[in-house]
Design a protein around this ligand. Sequence first.
Ligand code: GLN
Length: 488
Amino acid sequence: MDLYSLTLREAGELLAKKQVSSLELTSATLEHIHRTDASIRAFVTVSDETALAQARQADERRRRGEMVTPLTGIPFAVKDCISTKGVRTTCSSRILENYLPPYNATVIARLAEAGAVLIGKHNMDEFGMGSSCENSAFFNTHNPWDLERVPGGSSGGSAAAVAARMGTFALGEDTGGSIRMPAGFCNVTGLKTTYGRVSRYGLIALVSSFDSIGPMAQDAYDCASVLQVIAGKDPHDATSLSAPVPDYLKDITQPVKGFRVGIPKEYFQAGMEAGVESSIREAIRKLGELGMEIQEVSLPHTKYGLPVYYLILFAEASANLARFDGTRFGLSVSEGAENVIDLYLQTRREGFGAEVRRRIMLGAYVLSAGYYDAYYLKAQKVRTLLRQDFENAFEKVDVLVAPTCPTTAFKLGEKTADPLAMYLSDIYVVATNPAGVPALSVPCGFSNGMPVGMQLIGKHLSEDLLLRLGHAYQSVTDWHKMRPGMIQ
Ligand code: GLN
């Protein structure tokens, strides 16, 4: 098998036995990217030189037997909203096109400490706003399963890269589905972590009360290995949780008999692609075969999930993006400006794309006097109801199972003219973020030749259980092992 297509676990074993070096693994991955990414376009930046230097350092660590971890020497890349010191971090926006962060995000610092090798930065919807990667200011990313289709969004570059085996794992960011939805569209495994489980320091904020960083990889086992390194309290992020980080691999192979699975009836409504529904039903049957107890549950406020999510998103995003004004970071369009207001307006007009401007305007609107109570405050109240829906369900069951998306990957251009149709594709992934709960998307079949994702949603800090259930499912199915035709 080609070195670049190994799982993290397989590559780690070869590295540990010294049957392969990180330099060989990293070089093979970079060569594969340079051959393959011309048609997929998952990367905004590929950092060959720093990657090779880090690979040599990893090999040196291993030679000396110093600070060797399961991630030492493993090549990875991250969504381009995660700050990397000295490596361009763009959020796929013109406004940050040439921005070089002066520091590393905590997740990057922790992975570097573990000896993992950063190979580049992934394309995304501008500032994380989108469900197809078509809102990138630079170029579209293509789904490796069908180049005419989208990879999903907003971590579309990360999902496409992992699906095409361009990097052993990735870090994505999920504000309202951005890890899970593209994972589902591209046949990879992606974990949205509990809010606060992973430090957001150095993550360029979209919605500060929703954003969570998480791993994307070939399987749940690999996601567990990555989470182990990035999880935990960070003095730089006051919202990071101090709850102890469990050993995510300790019980991952344990049986799952007796766990209670809830099927939220509101997540199986008209409009779902037939092949998606049959794949999910079949997967639920498999969970039953593994000894899990299946029952129907209700999340009665589900229909408010999308409006609550988008209203709060508009408000927080418009506030967060106010910092990009031409005086501090990135682009500054000063030509012809007579005063500082002109500078702000020119920079923001040129620097932000249409979707970002739309959301900033909507955010300013829902926060303005007279509308604040009607929209923003109301949304925050209904957010509590969404959270209570999950709390009530988790009194009866250990995990909820649902489709990740009502359809498989759609065609490039199919929804770009209709923002509402685009927002609707997020229907099953947005309620978790206002509630802060974790969710794992695992491959569970195909519909019309395109991958289908299944979501396992758990209570706060139940990542260990989600990964264990995901691993159990992946031990009796092969969906996650299937690779797109172009990567055989
Ligand atoms: N589709 C969501 C949106 O457009 C994704 C946001 C995210 O998770 N970054 O807001």
